[in-house]
Design a protein around this ligand. Sequence first.
Ligand SMILES: Nc1ncnc2c1ncn2[C@@H]1O[C@H](COP(=O)(O)OP(=O)(O)OP(=O)(O)O)[C@@H](O)[C@H]1O
Ligand SMILES: [Mg+2]
Length: 253
Amino acid sequence: MQNTNDIILKAINKSYQKGDNTVVVHDDFNLTIKSGEFVALMGPSGLGKSTLLHLMGGLDQPTQGEVLIGGQRIDNLPQKKLTQWRAENIGFIFQSHHLLPVLTAQGNVELPLALTPLNRKQRKQHASMALQLVSMSERADHYPKELSGGQEQRVAIARAIVSDPKILLCDEPTGNLDRKTADEILALLAKLNSDSGKTIVMVTHDHKAAEYASRVINLESYILSQNNSLSKNEELLQNIEPEVDDISIGASS
Ligand SMILES: Nc1ncnc2c1ncn2[C@@H]1O[C@H](COP(=O)(O)OP(=O)(O)OP(=O)(O)O)[C@@H](O)[C@H]1O
Ligand SMILES: [Mg+2]
């Protein structure tokens, strides 16, 4: 049965038109991420890892194919519905935290709740809870410039989880952090996965970061293996009408 959280990319083609040239980033790409998985997506620069995250979060649409989340197609939702769906279901965490400098940690975390029916008091409560989850309650009144890089990333994580989304999409979330701070952030993501059941897809170039995941996908070998299994399927199809000799093998046993 389809779980409410499963992410399915089905026969995805993603291409860009550059003058007379078509740049094909993904062609007939298929991937299923199960609800509750913590997936690390690795691979060479320019191979289309961020593109996949953007497709999963409805920040970008495929040229062809379908993006299904919990059985619902999101690639063809009208913009207004998509924005609402994203606000309820997806938390994004990027390499650069993109916190607004004019707002405190608390203000930054409250911001995504503006899209929800919560009133001011409820928004404050939810943001405080999210800050508590990332151990940043004591810095709630601080502005981003008054925080360390790791603290800023914690606030960005609080902002991503404040609306209690089922899915967290992280693009190199520890790319700007030192090893120790990176490990703290990764442990926090692992905890959100194991304790709160968040499905996490994390793009990373860091092998140590990938160790926190329950599944590591190397995009390069994954695409190769998909192509190989396609050609195997073609072989199988060719063998559907067996030679007379092949039939006799079964008959003689
Ligand atoms: N708007 C665009 N127009 C044309 N090509 C694009 C556009 N956006 C992305 N691309 C191309 O798509 C490909 C995949 O980009 P993407 O950002 O997904 O790669 P990536 O695997 O995340 O790389 P990195 O590890 O460097 O972040 C790249 O070759 C890039 O040049
Ligand atoms: Mg990228």
